[in-house]
Write a protein that binds this ligand. Sequence first.
Ligand SMILES: Cc1ncc(COP(=O)(O)O)c(C=O)c1O
Length: 483
Amino acid sequence: MIGNDGVRNDLRMLPGEMLALARQTAELLVQRIENLPEEDAWAGEFRQELEDHLMKPPPEEGRSASQVIEEAANEILPTALRLDHPRCFGFIPSQPTWPGILADFMVAGFNVNQSSWLISSGPSQLELTVIDWFRHWIGYPESAGGILTSGGSAANLDGLVAAREAANNPERGILYMSDQSHGALVKAARIMGIHPECIRMIPTDERFRMDMDALVETVAVDRAAGLSPVAICANAGTSSSGAVDPLETMADYCEAQNIWLHVDAAHGGFSLVTEGGKKILRGIERADSIVLDGHKWFYQPYEVGSLMVKDLRTLERVFASKQDILQDTIWGADHPNFSDRGLQLSRSVRALKIWMSVQIFGMAAFRRAQSHGMMLAHRIEEYVEESSVLEMLAPVALGIACFRVNPTNTELDKDALETINRIVLARVFWEDRAFISSTRLRGALALRMCVINYTTTWNEVRETLEAVSKFGAESLIQDPPPR
Ligand SMILES: Cc1ncc(COP(=O)(O)O)c(C=O)c1O
């Protein structure tokens, strides 16, 4: 394109072409969403295949934009786990709302850098609004605040850094978490320079919840040795089984002992919008810091997590930084610069997708979708309990069910159970449209279904359970594993 100065500017496009490409992209996306249920939930490929196709030097001259978009949509992006497929039950699936997807498109188009009030007043106010919604859902006081992050890992890191800065004796600091806690906490500790020998993995009870006696004893032993707790990390929905730690008891203990309570609610936090979730997470409002993940159970496109803290000052004390280059961005009180609340300086407008989704659908729709996920998880539990082939390996708390093949009429030892369940997992992977993943609970291989996608119905869940049962029964008949 030739600019108004007569100089060639190759990176610009004419409005008509821009619109045509945007329309083409939107059509491809809507088509994908429509066709998804008929496809497999998983479509990965080995590296060699992909490398042969994709590992090419960048072209010196550009080619047809329309063709490039088709190629991305047909040959690159679909080669992945379709986390929004109604039969995708692996890991933590997610189904972004269409307004959320459009919001991310708009955010990129408006090109706002939401680092400071000067640079992004409107979007900054929107983030304050969304953070205030979260504050209400949690039941936090006025003093609370937070920030939207790239995800749960970043939010956990920011929260633990705030805890460490607030600790009495951070040099001799110890971090406590349960043996079910997410690896993101260990990673955060490593980034913070907390060595593995300063992390205490506390055992869990039969429901995979923090064993309070073990926690209390461990803290006492450490304190007697001159060490100081940095924080105690609770889970509000472990990623393995969805277990929720005893939040009220932990809050009582942390208050009495003056220890920072950090809750990783990346999986379960947004269930707070429902009455059921509020009951399950009672006590969370007493935590010093809480991690939520909007790209999990609030149906948003990647990436959006959140760190909430009971006292906003604990966050700003750590992350506010002065730089000459940014001196013009200081507006003073009540005009926060979000870069003063976390790691990132340049940030995208993550609040827009949450705000637009809620404006367009309303909270009642979110509440129903959340409750639907919890209901599906409980129906799996009922199904498994009535089955003669399957058994539950953990009680259902939120949106995850863990079970395995273990027929009631057969005595199978540990190794045989491992073999059979591995076979079943592999057969679901290769032969069924669904995708489930596994975990380990007390050393046992658990088949794990996370059912928080709002397009998943009981039919898809039931058919997957039927396939698991069938594969389980067949693996016993065809190839009885050694006793
Ligand atoms: C409990 C929990 N914490 C933290 C994380 C990490 O979050 P993210 O993947 O958004 O970084 C996850 C992700 O699955 C999680 O389930």
